[in-house]
Design a protein around this ligand. Structure first.
Ligand code: PGA
Length: 274
């Protein structure tokens, strides 16, 4: 797990943009997993700006969103599908047929979830999965207690998540009680993972994810065992990390480590592969 700490939300989004750009341009990744929520909004603005600068292109990119409320139609203004359409998809050159979403009005929850897994597999799996994190440590809607092996499934939302998401609704009682979400196992299958968190109200969840034990009581902690995860956070979200200095130094050291290794390999007469 690579932890990168930035001064503010804007810098978090700019750094995250670079990771996405490299994934699309250098690694030629074609399948993205996307989150909703407040956290990725600045990154989505960066992606739109990157497209306008012709640095990136979405014409052959496919997307799978993490989750959707049960009971809301795709065009309901509070649905995650509507959120993605208005915040990102309408503003980039993605083909509508390449956008994949769980159907919140499905008449068969189990079949809908199984089909989503099949659609992901049919496109060769998610290459870059972008994530936020809930105050209770959830990724997607995998609330505390969700199996770390879970596949796409329906979930009963916690009171905490309902309260957090009430800001998007007129009244708290309008927030759906259930949702469909990719499982933790589904997320863990992605080749590369990028998780963003900003603000002090995420500090406890961030500390549990990075330094706590791997436990289903904090589904984000599963990411500790993924081989390619970058966590980009601001100082407020980092404020409860016990080894804050170490994480900061380790992130700063990353480029220096490659320079050091290149020099050492050259000194040893080995081919410079870095
Ligand atoms: P937020 O949600 O970005 O709106 O804080 C994150 C999440 O619940 O995963």
């Amino acid at each position: 797990m690579r932890v990168v700490i930035k001064d503010n939300e804007k810098q978090v989004a700019e750094y995250a943009y670079e990771i996405v750009r490299m994934a699309l341009v250098d690694r030629q990744y074609k399948v993205l997993g996307l989150p909703t929520g407040s956290t990725p909004l600045l990154l989505y603005s960066e992606l739109i700006a990157g497209l306008n600068r012709t640095e990136i292109d979405f014409s052959d990119i496919s997307t799978f969103n993490l989750d959707e409320y049960l009971g809301l139609s795709a065009d309901h203004p509070r649905s995650y599908r509507y959120f993605m359409e208005t915040r990102l998809f309408e503003k980039i050159n993605i083909k509508p047929s390449n956008i994949h979403f769980l159907n919140g009005l499905t008449d068969n929850v189990e079949a809908e979830c199984a089909e989503y897994e099949d659609q992901i597999a049919a496109l060769g799996g998610i290459k870059l999965q972008i994530l936020g994190i809930g105050r209770d440590g959830h990724i997607g809607f995998n609330e505390p207690g969700s199996s770390l092996e879970s596949r796409t499934h329906y979930v009963t939302l916690t009171k905490e998540t309902i309260a957090d998401n009430a800001r998007f609704f007129d009244r708290e009682k309008d927030v759906p009680r259930w949702a469909l979400t990719m499982g933790v196992g589904t997320v863990m299958d992605a080749e590369q993972i990028l998780l963003l968190a900003t603000g002090e109200n995420k500090a406890a969840a961030v500390a549990a994810m990075i330094e706590g034990p791997i436990t289903q009581m904090c589904s984000a902690s599963a990411l500790q065992s993924h081989p390619d995860v970058t966590v980009v956070i601001d100082w407020a979200a980092a404020s409860k990390l016990q080894h804050l200095e170490y994480w900061k130094q380790a992130a700063d050291d990353y480029d220096e480590m490659y320079d050091f290794l290149t020099a050492a390999r050259r000194h040893a007469g080995l081919e410079d592969s870095y």
